[in-house]
Design a protein around this ligand. Structure first.
Ligand code: ATP
Ligand code: MG
Length: 330
């Protein structure tokens, strides 16, 4: 078990486990995961498809609906355990104190509502601004996220925006109530590489100017390395390695982290990235055979075991996986 929650962190998650059961069995999607998102930092969660990145953050926000879901652990946000709040209390925090940016802005935006009205909707609803200020507020927010001609664009509908502009509009909506934490789940995966860079710069700029902490979920180690202060590398629902971006870049200890780096390098050498293309393909390790998991091991290990790296405070690696499961399965 991990130490107890860190009360100085904005979000402190301890021993989070999430499983999904149906008639065919139980899937341990997140297994005993702990992490902190500190004030003003970008915290990155990296891993291949299905490694449990989204479930780690969205389950504690009450945003995963599944009758067979079981969740345990602790998720302290500004002193309150999100896992123990009522759905009504949680929905007050969502969108107001915690904002969300997803991969596909088109499916999150309302196609028949003007962009400006969508940006002002939540702050008007929460009484943060009056109805009369709505348009002026939306123009200001569009300007803040780098949309040119905001006075004109405020009356556009989502289909009149390009992909990059729609993601900027989504970010404007996400920060409209001045949240403390922004959860970005693959925010640039659907964008081409030049637009991706600009959106990431926008997010980092907002972190600095508005003092927002960012939890950045990405399968792309380069994106995480470029943006995050600290990183957790996940595989099979567990944390394989965690530390500062600099520590992990300089001294990746876990074979899985090294695999991610190697795949990243090879992909960028082999070809320029095309629009929407993932750097690390979804299940490359499982297909090739994972070098640190025996072939006959169950796909999800029921406990993880992080130990500190020598002489590197804050850098930890999952020994259980490193030792080829020398400790056995729980
Ligand atoms: N609502 C659900 N019901 C059942 N299983 C689920 C549900 N949501 C996620 N899972 C499963 O939990 C595991 C972790 O999923 P998760 O969405 O967290 O992966 P991810 O790392 O975010 O992957 P991706 O990069 O593809 O988004 C996967 O095996 C997934 O199929
Ligand atoms: Mg995901």
């Amino acid at each position: 078990m991990e130490r107890t929650a860190d009360p100085s962190a904005l979000l402190s998650v301890r021993n989070l486990s999430v499983s999904f059961s149906d008639a065919t069995g139980t899937l341990h999607a997140v297994d005993n995961v702990s992490f902190d998102v500190r004030d003003g930092e970008v915290f990155g969660i990296v891993g291949e498809s299905g490694s449990g990145k989204t479930v780690s953050l969205m389950s504690i926000m009450g945003m995963i609906e599944s009758s067979g879901m079981k969740i345990s652990g602790e998720a302290l946000f500004r002193g309150r355990d999100l896992l123990r709040l009522s759905p009504a209390e949680l929905s007050k925090i969502r969108g107001r104190e915690i904002g969300f940016v997803f991969q596909n802005p088109l499916s999150s935006l309302n196609p028949v509502m003007k962009i400006g009205a969508q940006i002002a909707e939540a702050p008007v609803f929460h009484g943060l601004i009056g109805r009369r200020q709505a348009k002026e507020f939306a123009i200001h927010m569009l300007e803040l996220v780098g949309i040119e001609n905001p006075e004109k664009r405020v009356n556009d509908y989502p289909h009149q925006f390009s992909g990059g502009m729609r993601q900027r509009a989504m970010i404007a909506i996400a920060i409209s109530c001045n949240p403390k934490l922004l959860i970005c789940d693959e925010p640039t995966t659907a964008l081409d590489v030049t637009v991706e860079q600009k959106i990431l710069e926008l997010l980092l700029g907002l972190r600095d100017s508005r003092k927002i902490s960012i939890a950045l979920i990405t399968h792309d180690l380069t994106v995480a390395m470029n943006c995050a202060d600290r990183i957790s590398v996940m595989y099979g629902g567990a944390v394989m390695e965690r530390g500062s971006a600099a520590q992990i870049l300089r001294n990746p200890l876990h074979p899985y982290t090294r695999e991610l780096f190697a795949a990243d390098l090879e992909n960028s050498r082999r070809r320029g990235r095309e629009e929407g293309e993932a750097l690390v393909s979804g299940s490359f390790l499982r297909r090739e055979g994972c070098p640190f998991v025996p072939a006959d091991a169950p796909p999800f290990v029921s406990r993880s075991f992080l130990v500190p790296a020598d002489g590197e405070p804050g850098h930890e690696v999952n020994r259980l996986h490193l030792d080829s499961f020398a400790g056995g399965f729980a």
